[in-house]
Design a protein around this ligand. Structure first.
Ligand code: AMP
Length: 396
């Protein structure tokens, strides 16, 4: 982390610390249904209060257009207080006199949540006026929200240029893991890219072919690569118009010595539904009325063999339609193989992206990976090789 300023570098005693967190958590009927993101920010809040700082938490919630009580952060405050095991105050605006008064009255070691930053248009527009109004509430700025670091908003980027800025613990963990996985990895590196479509992951595939030694392509997107090579994929999900693009990716990979691994056998069915009658066939034996819904056991064995030879694994996207039993088999088997190898100390594994986390949880493997990113879009943009404004602003 030498390249970034962290809490270890910050003198916070008596300071007002404006902390960008991600409290955009799933809620149902006023209750938090998944508290992963709340848990993730606790070490940062504790580090700040232990150093004698006052923690003033700012976050967006949902996509309100202006003030909208249905998108208020107020219902989340008890959940934060309960997990933290401390009193947490709340102000129903993130700027202005009320907020300034509450911050001034906050005790050393106190914690305060301010209302949804997106109630103000200046947040997403990153206007100097809004950045200035926020900055009046803090002496230093801590960004602990990697999941929003791909956005150039006032609270995610603007503030870092206005106040002394530091990475929080969860931000530090994300940067650390992703750096070890892609920027300065132990080689060889193997990437697994699965999921539905090639079109949504073109840049990601382009960047990974340049950076990894082995690229395993699975899921619906593998069908496009198979079809591009003249293999009949029947009724499978397939972007036939992207055949030239797929061939170009294969070509580029070859020229940079990136080994591409595609399915050699697949599980096919005639219906896209759970427990649909299915059979395992070689990729060259898919019938016109069948669709590929998962990779087959020979493919799983092939990937396992490749895993034996690498030191680092990066994963995004499932191998098949994992939400439908039994088409989750390849995803589950490979996820467990990566988790086992990680636990045996044979490799470092990093995974991320919405569906990927769900798939790894489903396989019971997420906890045994070295690192699972809680970020969706930001994780994908990192895999695409893009600079994330919120991260860049924290560089020394
Ligand atoms: P993505 O959001 O691109 O990571 O795609 C995840 C989705 O891809 C999941 O909902 C899977 O069900 C779907 N998927 C994976 N493999 C297939 C396949 N062979 N056919 C159809 N959908 C698939």
């Amino acid at each position: 982390m030498a390249a970034f300023r962290t809490l270890d570098d910050a003198d916070l005693a008596g300071k007002r610390v404006l902390v960008r967190v991600d409290l955009n958590v799933p809620m149902e009927g006023g209750r938090v249904t998944d508290d992963t993101r709340i848990q993730a920010i606790l070490p940062t809040i504790r580090a700040i209060t232990q150093k004698g700082g006052r923690a003033i938490l700012i976050s967006h919630f949902g996509r309100p257009k202006g003030r909208d009580e249905s998108q208020s952060l107020a219902p989340l405050v008890p959940a934060v207080a309960e997990r933290l095991g401390a009193k947490v105050g709340f102000v129903d605006d993130c700027i202005g006199t009320e907020a300034e008064k509450a911050v001034a009255e906050l005790d050393e070691g106190g914690v305060l949540v301010l209302e949804n930053t997106r109630f103000h248009a200046g947040e997403e527009k990153n206007t100097p006026e809004f950045v200035g109004a926020l900055a009046r509430l803090g002496d230093v700025y801590v960004n602990d929200s990697f999941s929003t670091a791909h956005r150039s908003h006032a609270s995610t980027e603007g503030l870092a240029h206005k106040l002394p800025a530091f990475a929080g613990r969860s931000m530090q963990g994300e940067i650390d893991a992703l750096t070890k996985a892609l920027e300065a990895p132990e080689r060889p590196v193997l990437a697994v890219v699965g999921g539905a479509k090639v079109s949504t992951k073109l840049e990601l595939l382009g960047n990974l072919t340049a950076k990894v030694d082995v690229l395993v392509i699975g899921g619906g997107m593998a069908n496009t690569f198979l079809a591009a090579q003249g293999i009949n994929v029947g009724k499978s999900l397939c972007e036939h118009d992207l055949a030239p693009t797929a061939l170009k990716i294969l070509d580029t990979a070859k020229s940079v010595n990136c080994e591409i691994v595609l399915p050699v056998d697949v599980v096919v069915a005639k219906k896209f539904e759970a427990n649909a009658p299915h059979r395992v066939v070689k990729v060259t034996e898919v019938a016109e009325d069948e669709m590929i819904l998962d990779a087959g056991p020979a493919t799983v064995a092939l990937v396992a063999e490749k895993l034996n030879k690498v030191k680092t694994v990066v994963w995004n996207g499932p191998f098949g339609a994992f939400e439908l039993t039994p088409f989750d088999a390849a995803t589950v088997a490979v996820a467990r193989a990566v988790a086992d190898a990680t636990q045996a100390g044979k490799l470092l594994s990093v995974a991320g992206g919405g569906d990927t986390v769900a798939a790894l949880n489903h396989a019971g493997a997420a906890e045994r990976f070295s690192y699972v990113s809680t970020a969706g879009g930001a994780f994908l943009e990192w895999l695409e090789g893009k600079a994330l404004p919120g991260v860049e602003a924290l560089r020394r």
